[in-house]
Write a new protein. Structure first.
Length: 595
């Protein structure tokens, strides 16, 4: 199926509210996205058939493109002249996506490995159960019974080690006898990816009660994680069991030319392909109304987290509760009472589809987005870590110690590329607003390129990458990514006005040079072209090669250009309200943020 000769491709993403279709055509040697259509998703009554929304979205593409794609309810293949397509692919998060519960013997070790495995497969993790999670036995059983996940991932123990913990967890699952979320008539899928010595016992306990699948251990030895076999099993079961129960999916599965992927898994795959093709460290975020997904690839290790309580509409009150209203207000360039901010955000939660009507509303929304992004990244950093429980000399108490090791893989100085997607980042009135929200929330350091996903095409391209990587990367570069430019932020602190950097940009359109002083932020225009930058920081500042060391890097321009951020890292906003408002006003004005 890999990279076969495809000239015309139709792809859909069945979201929880909207089904989006895009047409991709080969123009000369390059694939381009040519037309798109969308329609409401039809999983719920009165239709209860996801294919209705798919057909409606594809019909819109037919009307716009003048290409006949459907014959009744069938996608015409292969393409011939102005009729048909070579392949149809789809992703889906309709019906609430893939919901899983994971269980591991030790919370900080196999519990975390199991969580990383499920998240990477595109699931929402409803709960993590562990022998040492502090809940009484009856509470664990009650919790399993309440949740009704789509499937359970059970792991624990290294190969050949003790089997007591996993057997105990298996007995809890058996005692709870949980029912799946969709289709009460079939058995709940359970994937066992733990100690291989326990296979027989696990089979005896769960074999008759659940749809048990046994695969390789997630942590065969303490020093190594082996997540792929279990991830593949999650995908298989998602297609065979879960999707078969969702309204209309069996019909959809017959229509497609490649396996349906959960939307987040497809976005993750596209992030991975992009990082690998360019040898970049990449951070991608999808900020929605209810959840924020963060994806990263650092030194070729992929991680994904879902912050299910951080979003811009349905979950906006959670952002306020978690960040604190003061942290949201610190980004506002005007004086306002905190009760006023609370009222505005609660209105947004009650009426999630409203969009800001005044500039102040917009600035409040951007302030919330910064905090949601900041918190989601903090949660991501906590999970994207080296393996816990791995030390040179270990006593038994160390192995169970939560803090024994596990450095976060996320290092802002070695990050090459940030991709933002989701309404607030893709559709802000000005691109500089999206750029600065990401710069502020992530406190980017050194040299980092920035882009946004123009119309949330990453899921379509991720599922396409399974069968034709060139097509997905072509469209990703040419039609999906809107390049904003590059951010340059020296790490360190100094006195206001002190010189912290000499810079020079070499580009085809001409060379530019200058200096950066502490407390300043400004833009050097550079259109969408590749350039070289030479940076000479002051001795207490680092831009990527160590304190005071000269650094050269390849950069990209874009719709914003090159942003020089001399506000210092860590970025500390002035403490007093008057001074803070004055600084924000000065920075926003300099960047022409809210003209």
């Amino acid at each position: 199926m890999q990279d076969k000769d495809l000239n015309v491709i139709i792809a859909t993403d069945c979201g929880s509210t909207t089904t989006k279709a895009i047409l991709i055509e080969k123009k000369g040697d390059t694939y381009r996205q040519t037309f798109r259509g969308e329609a409401p998703t039809t999983v719920e009554a009165p239709f209860e058939d996801v294919t209705r929304g798919v057909l409606n979205a594809i019909t819109e593409v037919e009307e716009l493109s003048g290409r006949k794609i459907l014959d009744g309810e069938k996608v015409i293949t292969p393409n011939n002249g102005n009729t048909g397509v070579d392949v149809y692919v789809s992703t889906s998060s309709a019906g609430g996506g893939l919901q899983m519960m994971v269980a591991g013997a030790v919370k900080a070790m196999t519990g975390e490995s199991a969580q990383r495995c499920a998240l990477g497969a595109g699931a929402i993790v409803m709960d993590v159960l562990a022998s040492n999670d502090g809940r009484a036995d009856h509470e664990k059983i009650e919790r399993i019974r309440q949740l009704r996940p789509d499937m359970v991932l059970l792991s624990g123990g290294t190969d050949g080690g003790t089997v007591n913990h996993v057997v105990e967890l298996a007995n809890f699952i058996r005692a709870a006898d949980p029912k799946p979320r969709l289709g009460a008539s079939y058995k709940l899928p359970v994937i066992y990816a733990g100690n291989n010595k326990a296979h027989k016992e696990i089979n005896d306990i769960l074999g008759s009660k659940t749809a048990l699948v046994i695969t390789e251990n997630l942590r065969p030895v303490l020093e190594r994680e082996n997540l792929m076999p279990a991830r593949h099993k999650i995908h298989d079961i998602f297609l065979e069991h879960v999707m078969q129960q969702a309204p209309g999916y069996p019909k959809l599965m017959k229509m497609v030319g490649a396996p349906i992927m959960p939307t987040p898994a497809a976005v993750g795959l596209m992030t991975e392909k992009f990082a690998r093709a360019n040898n970049y460290n990449v951070l991608a975020v999808d900020i929605g109304g209810a959840t924020t997904d963060v994806f990263s690839v650092f030194s070729e290790i992929f991680n994904r987290t879902v912050s299910a309580n951080l979003g811009m509409s349905y979950s906006v009150s959670n952002v306020m509760a978690e960040a604190g209203v003061q942290n949201i207000m610190r980004w506002l360039p005007f004086k306002i009472e905190d009760q006023e901010v609370r009222n505005r955000l609660k209105n947004k939660m009650i009426r999630p589809t409203t969009i800001p009507q005044t500039q102040e509303d917009l600035q409040v929304e951007h302030a919330v987005a910064r905090e949601a992004l900041r918190l989601a990244l903090a949660q991501h950093k906590a999970l994207a870590v080296g393996l816990k429980g791995v030390q040179q000399e270990r006593s038994i108490s160390d192995a169970f110690d939560q803090t024994s090791s596990g450095q976060s893989l996320i290092n802002m100085m070695s990050l090459n590329y940030v991709i933002g997607s989701g309404g607030i980042l893709a559709h802000s009135p000005r691109r500089i607003q999206s750029a600065l929200m990401m710069i502020d929330a992530y406190q980017l350091e050194g040299v980092t390129m920035l882009a946004v996903d123009s119309i949330f095409m990453m899921p379509h391209l991720g599922v396409l990458a399974q069968i034709n990587e060139k097509a997905s990367l072509d469209v990703f570069y040419n039609d999906c990514l809107i390049k904003l430019g590059t951010n340059i932020a020296p790490k360190g602190l100094a006195k206001e006005g002190e010189k912290i950097l000499d810079w020079e940009i070499k580009a085809q359109s001409g060379n530019q040079s200058g200096e950066l002083r502490f407390g300043e932020i400004f833009i050097v225009p550079l259109s969408d072209e590749n350039a070289e930058v030479i940076l000479k920081p002051a001795k207490s500042f680092d831009v990527g090669a160590g304190k005071g060391s000269r650094y050269e890097a390849k950069i990209q321009g874009g719709t914003v250009g090159v942003i020089f951020d001399g506000r210092g890292r860590p970025l500390e906003l002035p403490k007093t309200e008057g001074k803070r408002v004055e600084s924000l006003e000065k920075w926003y004005k300099k960047l022409n943020m809210y003209p």
